[in-house]
Design a binder for this molecule. Sequence first.
Ligand code: ARG
Length: 391
Amino acid sequence: MAKKIILAYSGGLDTTCAVRWLKESGFCVICFMADLGQGGDMSVIKQRALSAGACKVYIKDLRQEFALDFILPALKANAVYEDKYLLATALGRPLIAKYLVELARREKARFVAHGCTGKGNDQVRFEVSIKILDPDLEIIAPARIWEFKSREEEIDYAKKLNLPVDVTKRNPYSIDRNLWGVSIEAGILEDLSIEPPENTFQITKNPSAHPGFARYLEIYFQKGIPKKINGKPYKILDLINELNNIGGFYGVGRSDLVENRLIGIKSREVYEAPAATILYTAHKELEALVLDRLTQHFKEIVSLKYAELIYDGLWYTNLRDALDKFVESTQKRVTGSIKVKLFKGNCIAVARQSSYSLYRREMATYGTDNKFDHKLAKGFIEIWGMPYRKK
Ligand code: ARG
């Protein structure tokens, strides 16, 4: 009997070729398809895997778990990589890895495969996660082994073997999409001197073409978790989808980043993350209102580290677990509402309200109802600057 291998299958050219390539290498290929909110017709993709030679296909809707156990912790931590990337792709990988391992156990398979090439971050994220969760599994990455030198050669292979890939409507980009955002790279984007053409963008409208009116949204958070938009309660998946739609219409959440990949290469990636951008902006603003200065500033250091762990494929580590506990303890106070204004691609916080607010108007005011004792400042400054003075 052929050895079983669990393949993380997306339906794209690489993973479809991988099905056949693994089969020809003597495996019984069991495809695993995760629904992380990428859209597309799962049953069509399933059929594609079967016609490419898969012996079985599993589809699992992981959207809820993705939102609750991956997106929300990242949001609470304000995780952003290199100032511009809200980590949609990177957050999805450890979750897919978890289910690859689970399926390998269920199917008693000793092998796991993915379609990532040797140049990217995702191979690292998959493999580090899989090996942490089950060090006995053996991982095969066909795209690192096979002989195709280019995408064209791969397409020829697919054509020759009659593999069901959609090569007529060839997309000029490599796109990864889920609930939390879209990552777009390759093609013309590799030329850093060129502004991304409009066809780069999948879910956001062109902000400069947008009519000149703004839209206000009030986001209510409870302990760091977004619960309502303009007073209306939402379940988390609906809330994220709604904000992707509204934000996308206003061109919110686009970014263009030359990033430092984990494996030493600098690469250019364009991102779209309307919901993530709105929620990140509002969440951070609420923290500014309710956290004391020490905690807020320390949390900025934690945010950086947290984003790095996600980017670097180190989700299943003790440090991430420990940072989550710190972040969670800061979220006790993060309840309240932030009003943001969406306008021509921007998302700006314009009003805030919380019963945990540490803002004291009678202290801040320059009006007559001031309670701050100006005279106290003199002694404070004297002592504060003392260590640095000669006299
Ligand atoms: N650069 C991003 C990351 O490492 C996205 C990678 C996948 N991008 C893509 N267009 N397929 O997380």
